[in-house]
Ligand binder design. Structure first.
Ligand code: SAM
Length: 325
């Protein structure tokens, strides 16, 4: 990759950093799990609060992001892992089995997390990398995977799925009103030439939509289509559901906190539901960025932060570990 390669520094700005710190309230000696560590923007701030007696575990599905995080989180009480937060318990167990220094520190901290953070979706570093296919104008491959372990890339899915499947993804994950029309155009075009690039897909969507919709659009007309594909490629909603309802309840101690930043209503619905379920008690109202932050960091404009406290209910023992990370 290029944008977030080891030769580049991060272009990502952490969203609502002050609000995240206030919500999680990390204290010296706490254990922090950043399940979407990205370039380490939030994690660096959290680390400064927990001090050398604390423990920070950072996880990201994208190995290139883990490399970027390692640059700013170079401390003996930080462990960075490549994999999904949805399987954080398995990753941590494996680390404890392989690394005696971590095993000692983890046991000293009662093998439980005080503060966990999920900052969902892609980072600006991944968006800036034309080879990843996240951006509308990307001339590289329409890949969209956070990790090559995940499964087929977006272009492969578009090449093999039926028109009905594509329309279903666009409706379900993008809430796209013109799903049938766009799916039909994808199938027609791929019959002429494979759709391999993000900019080709963006152009195709514009061509498929009624002209009046394109003219009136306040965002890029392909926003919903790109969101839908990215969610489908990375199975983002399944990961979120597993993380919120199974994995994090096992790791976060009763009374510990979980903060989640979501960027669209589908994700937020899952968070809201989990935070009214048996494992979490919502704290306060959802928080959105200030007008100043949105001005400085336009990516933050659709962000919503929810925070919850872990209830005292005890979870089931972990299910059998899954091979995929
Ligand atoms: C918005 S960025 C996080 C930015 C980070 N908070 C910071 O301040 O630098 C989201 C990150 O989550 C990662 N990601 C997405 N799905 C994931 C999953 N299921 N498990 C772990 N990481 C994931 C992406 O690769 C991306 O680096």
């Amino acid at each position: 990759m290029t944008g977030a390669s080891a030769n580049h520094s991060s272009v990502h700005r952490p969203v609502m950093p002050r609000e995240v710190l206030a919500a999680l309230d990390p204290r010296p000696g706490h254990v922090v799990l950043d399940g979407t560590v990205g370039a380490g923007g939030h994690a660096r701030l959290l680390l400064s609060r927990i001090g050398p007696q604390g423990l920070l575990i950072g996880i990201d599905r994208d190995p290139a992001m883990v490399s970027l995080a390692a640059r700013v989180l170079d401390a003996p009480n930080v462990w960075l892992l490549t994999g999904s937060y949805a399987r954080a318990d398995g990753l941590i167990d494996r680390l404890a089995a392989e690394d005696s220094r971590f095993a000692f520190a983890w046991t000293q901290h009662e093998a439980a997390v005080d503060c966990a953070l999920l900052d969902l979706g892609w980072s600006s570093d991944q968006l800036a990398d034309a080879g990843r296919g996240f951006a509308f104008d990307a001339s590289g491959t329409l890949d969209m995977r956070y990790s090559v372990e995940v499964g087929p890339a977006a272009w492969e899915l578009l090449e093999t799925a039926t028109q009905e499947e594509i329309a279903d993804w666009l409706r379900r994950y993008g809430e796209e009103r013109y799903a049938d029309r766009i799916a039909a155009e994808i199938v027609r075009r791929r019959g002429e030439k494979p759709i391999r690039r993000a900019d080709e897909l963006a152009r195709l969507v514009i061509d498929a939509l009624p002209q009046s919709v394109v003219v009136r659009a306040r965002r890029h007309p392909a926003t919903r289509v790109f969101q839908a594909l990215r969610i489908r490629v990375n199975r983002e909603l399944e990961e979120l559901q597993q993380g919120l309802n199974q994995t994090l309840p096992r790791l976060v101690r009763p009374g510990g906190r979980l903060a989640v930043i979501s960027f669209h209503s589908l994700e937020d619905r899952y968070v809201k539901k989990a935070f009214s379920g048996p494992w979490w008690r919502a704290l306060g109202k959802p928080v959105t960025p200030t007008a100043t932050e949105v001005q400085v960091n336009p990516r933050s404009r659709s962000a919503k932060l929810r925070v919850a406290e872990r209830t005292s209910r005890m979870p089931e023992p972990p299910a059998e570990e899954c091979a995929e990370q």
